[in-house]
Design a protein around this ligand. Structure first.
Ligand code: HEM
Length: 403
């Protein structure tokens, strides 16, 4: 999960700014205004303009549904377990329809730019601490304040074991940020395609859950909402924190996420072509798709408890304050993140100093001890998640949450 911290967007006047204005009074309603984001702003440059709320994955969904009908999901999981590298041939024995689907959809889009992907890899390395914090903790807090996502996660198989779920999700997060993400020896293509299959399985399984009501989950709009809680939110926060970034870096960072969206099955006509288009789309889809749920509150508590546990050096009140620092106050309230005035004040004071120090804008002796403590805690957190991410793999779920 990578949603916990989309909150300071109010300050940047971005999507969360809009959320702050709208969300206070109108939590998490279905979008009632028509879809107006223009496909001319997409990487495709054109499109029918269909509302993505009513579009799912017309290629993956029937293939995965057929796997369930034929009882082949366990076999497929077994066969795909050791399919890890981008350039690795598929194992023999896969059902023909699935084999063809993967071969077609493991290709990079024609617009993928190797130079930009290389720049993005370097950027991810240089900005890893911020990005892991924003995509991991921040993104996690945001996702729990997206009712459709919180309910999907809660009632799917992974909802019963959030440690494993977080570890699996972090596999893709780290794959996107890896130096070789989309190179032959990397694994981001494989993990994106596997995630696309998992999402198709969730669309098949969740409507069968006695706890589920509503539309088929994980529409194209839902994926876009989550996508904006990752790169769009992270970029806005880094700008707000005045992290120095070149235009080439910013564009490259967007690009690696554009390619990832494509591989996750988002249609090119919905993938923003530049940051202006991304911000506009984010402002349209996030506010009406955020709000409180009991499931989101419980997931938030589990996630923050895990974070406090795993970063042994910091306490739960500090973790709560960190999460609150990363998200808008309205989101923190929806997630019911407990308040801690002391730590909230401390982080607000120390964080800008830490950023300036890391960016070599101020000399070391001015950095207070607490900044190092936070820095170190985050490193440990990231390291732990990385380690766990290597212990497990993304597999197609065979059922929903059992209880
Ligand atoms: C599974 C990433 C959007 C709900 C996964 C997995 C990854 C992932 C890596 C595999 C890990 C696992 O099996 O636990 C992403 C990314 C997204 C996105 C990068 C958007 C850019 C969404 C949305 C929803 C959603 C919008 C719901 C509204 C789920 C669920 C699972 C899953 C329910 C399966 C959990 C399980 O049964 O274990 N996602 N996801 N995802 N995702 Fe997403």
């Amino acid at each position: 999960m990578a949603e916990l911290s989309r909150r300071k967007m109010l300050l940047s006047g971005g999507a969360l700014g809009a959320l702050g204005v709208l969300g206070m009074a109108v939590p998490a309603q279905a979008r009632t205004v028509p879809w107006t984001w223009a496909p001319s702003g997409s990487v495709a440059g054109a499109g029918a303009g269909a509302d993505p709320r009513w579009v799912w994955d017309e290629e993956a969904d029937p293939v995965v549904a057929a796997l369930f009908e034929r009882g082949e999901v366990p076999l497929v999981n077994q066969l795909l377990w050791d399919w890890v590298r981008n350039d690795q041939p598929l194992p023999g024995g896969l059902p023909a329809d699935l084999h063809d689907f993967i071969e077609r959809n493991r290709q990079l889009p024609s617009w993928a730019n190797p130079g930009k992907l290389a720049t993005a890899a370097d950027f991810n390395k240089r900005r890893g601490l911020y990005l892991n914090l924003l995509n991991g903790v921040g993104g996690g807090m945001l996702s729990t304040a997206i009712p459709k996502e919180a309910r999907s996660v809660y009632y799917s198989a992974g909802g019963a074991n959030m440690e494993d779920r977080v570890a699996k999700t972090s596999i893709l997060g780290f794959a996107v940020g890896a130096l070789d993400a989309y190179r032959p020896e990397g694994n981001c293509i494989v993990n994106s395609v596997k995630t696309r299959l998992v999402h198709a399985a969730v669309r098949h399984l969740l409507p069968q859950s006695p706890h589920w009501s509503g539309d088929i989950p994980i529409s194209q709009e839902d994926i876009l909402v989550t996508w904006h809680t990752l790169p769009t939110y992270a970029m806005r926060k880094m700008l707000e924190w005045q992290v120095p970034m070149s235009t080439a870096d910013r564009d490259a960072y967007l690009h690696v996420w554009q390619v990832t969206a494509h591989l996750l099955g988002v249609r090119d006509e919905y993938i923003p072509a530049d940051w202006a288009a991304a911000n506009a789309q984010s402002d349209q889809v996030l506010p009406p798709n955020m709000g409180p749920t009991p499931e989101g509150v419980e997931l938030t508590d589990i996630l923050l408890g895990q974070l406090a546990e795993q970063t042994g050096t910091i306490t739960r009140p500090l973790v709560n304050a960190l999460a609150r620092f990363l998200v808008d106050p309205q989101v923190a309230a929806w997630d019911q993140i407990p308040r801690d005035p002391f730590w909230e004040g401390t982080i607000a004071t120390v964080w800008p100093i830490l950023v300036r120090f890391r960016e070599a804008l101020i000399p070391a002796p001015l950095v207070p001890e607490i900044a190092w403590t936070i820095d170190e805690a985050l490193r440990q957190y990231i390291l732990l998640f990385l380690t766990k991410g290597q212990e497990t793999k993304i597999v197609i779920p065979t059922g929903n949450r059992p209880n």
